[in-house]
Unconditional design. Structure first.
Length: 234
């Protein structure tokens, strides 16, 4: 397309086809053909230029390029279509990146002359989503008021769903952190007040005394005989 635009601008586009009957002047035709050859050469990369270097006319060059790129285009078209129709998004993929990948594939196929219906754009996007998006797909396909889905609308709905999940996850994390802080605070209070691991009952069995007091426990610890039983709450 770009090369044709250049040839048209320089009034030598006719040179890539059969010589028109109205051009009878050989000098004029040769000049037109020479201009076309020069423009084509300037537009090609060195790698491609080597494949047409031996061609003598603009028509021969153009026919060679057409065969070369038609074969290459068919290969690229099949490759891109295969990738598009087998593409599947994984949960760890960023949704914005995935949507851009699909857009790029549509654009590349269009450049190669392969048109994908607008309604199919949206369908391909939805069918390639992970199973976790099943409910969203049901909602989108059940609530449409027209006969086909719109790619941009579906992409916006998917991004909105991602944001909803993210906000929900952030809220749950915040609640869990708050609950953990409260739990730690209560444990600290119990530890500082001495309510945990306090002596609940002290039963001292000793020949000379029987008491249920902390003083009796201290006394019993200093004895060389007797029996002390202390029960703790933890």
């Amino acid at each position: 397309m770009r090369i044709k635009a250049i040839l048209r601008k320089d009034n030598c586009l006719a040179a890539i086809g059969d010589r028109p009957a109205e051009i009878t002047d050989n000098a004029k035709w040769n000049e037109m053909d020479g201009n076309a050859i020069a423009n084509i050469h300037l537009a090609l990369t060195d790698e491609v230029l080597s494949s047409v270097a031996e061609k003598k006319t603009a028509k021969e060059i153009w026919e060679t390029l057409t065969k070369l790129y038609e074969s290459k285009s068919l290969h690229n078209k099949i490759f891109l279509k295969r990738r598009l129709y087998t593409l599947r998004m994984v949960e760890t993929t960023a949704v914005t990146d995935y949507i851009n990948i699909i857009r790029t594939l549509f654009s590349q196929l269009t450049t190669l002359g392969q048109q994908i219906e607008k309604s199919e754009h949206a369908e391909l996007l939805l069918q390639s989503l992970p199973n976790s998006y099943d409910q969203l797909i049901i909602n989108l396909t059940n609530n449409i008021l027209i006969d086909y889905l719109v790619f941009d609308d579906d992409a916006a709905a998917i991004l909105e769903e991602v944001n909803r999940r993210k906000n929900k996850g952030d809220k749950n994390s915040s609640n869990q952190a708050e609950a953990l802080l409260v739990s730690r605070g209560r444990s600290t209070e119990r530890g500082s007040s001495g309510s945990c691991c306090d002596v609940a009952v002290a039963q001292i069995n000793y020949p000379s005394f029987k008491h249920n007091t902390q003083d009796s426990i201290e006394q019993a610890r200093g004895r060389s005989h007797g029996e002390v039983q202390v029960r703790f709450l933890c």
